[in-house]
Design a protein around this ligand. Structure first.
Ligand SMILES: Cc1cc2nc3c(=O)[nH]c(=O)nc-3n(C[C@H](O)[C@H](O)[C@H](O)COP(=O)(O)O)c2cc1C
Length: 239
């Protein structure tokens, strides 16, 4: 199965059974994590499957497994976190597991942080208590017109991407074959609550474009970045 086939089918799963993921499946997930493709080289990301009781969460999670995802804390590190671990989200859901990105969490002192890295975000992963897949096209998402300067069916995977509090911070402008990718500029207060997560969200959205065009997707940054009022330039893409 192509990863992209999961885009219209995946959802955030919050109801889990208390049972452990089968050892062979866990081993396969660890193998898959080693091969995750980064968006940019240089900003290191590391994920570890940890017991749920090594984390502190505001919500109650029944699954015994979480993934703690660490980065160097740079903007590119956070974008890579989203880009790489959304590949895992799609893959795990294609294997019948449930996943949910979890921004509201920290680690207890039972879990050590890799040298020189910080916790970026966590992901619940486990055996879902019900059908993990969407049973209908019940996406609550922006319209194409709110997401792009022109209608473009190729942006549908980005439109369906998950984001923290469903904030969908992305915007796209067209310049010939090139797509310029923007992140919504936030006011001071929202910057505090959403700034870090929105960088992860951008990586997640870009991952969906990559998943749909894995062989041709290209990402770069213009030397003279374009400007757009109310938006922060993230980079440019061809599909
Ligand atoms: C970076 C990030 C952090 C998130 N944090 C949480 C969280 O702490 N708790 C939660 O229940 N959902 C969390 N979510 C899930 C979003 O609420 C969810 O993706 C969004 O509402 C869209 O729904 P869907 O994933 O089912 O399509 C997070 C999603 C992302 C991408």
């Amino acid at each position: 199965m192509r990863l992209a086939d999961m885009i219209p089918r995946r959802r955030s799963v919050r109801a889990y059974r208390a049972e452990r993921i089968d050892n062979a499946v866990l081993a396969d997930l660890l193998r898959y994590m080693e091969g995750l493709v980064p968006l940019t080289s240089g900003a290191k990301v590391e994920g570890r499957i940890i017991p749920t009781d090594h984390g502190n969460f505001l919500q109650k999670w029944k699954t015994p497994h979480f993934i703690a995802i660490f980065s160097d804390g740079s903007d590119d590190g956070l974008i890579n976190v989203g880009f790489m671990y959304q590949q895992l989200d799609l893959y795990a859901q294609s294997r019948g597991l449930g996943t949910c990105w979890v921004g509201l969490g920290s680690l207890t002192d039972k879990e050590t942080v890799p040298e020189g890295m910080k916790l970026a975000v966590m992901m619940a992963i486990g055996v879902p208590d019900d059908v993990p897949e969407r049973t209908s096209a019940d996406f609550k998402r922006k319209n194409m017109a709110e997401l792009s300067d022109q209608p473009d069916d190729r942006l549908e995977p980005l439109r369906l991407a998950p984001s923290a509090t469903n904030s969908q911070p992305w915007y796209v402008t067209h310049d010939g074959d090139t797509l310029h990718i923007w992140r919504e500029e936030l006011g001071l207060i929202k910057q505090r609550t959403h700034g870090r997560m929105n960088k992860i969200d951008m990586g997640i959205g870009l991952c969906h474009l990559y998943a749909e065009h894995p062989d041709t997707f290209r990402f770069w940054r213009e030397e003279n970045p374009p400007k757009l009022a109310g938006q922060i330039y993230v980079g440019s893409v061809t599909l």
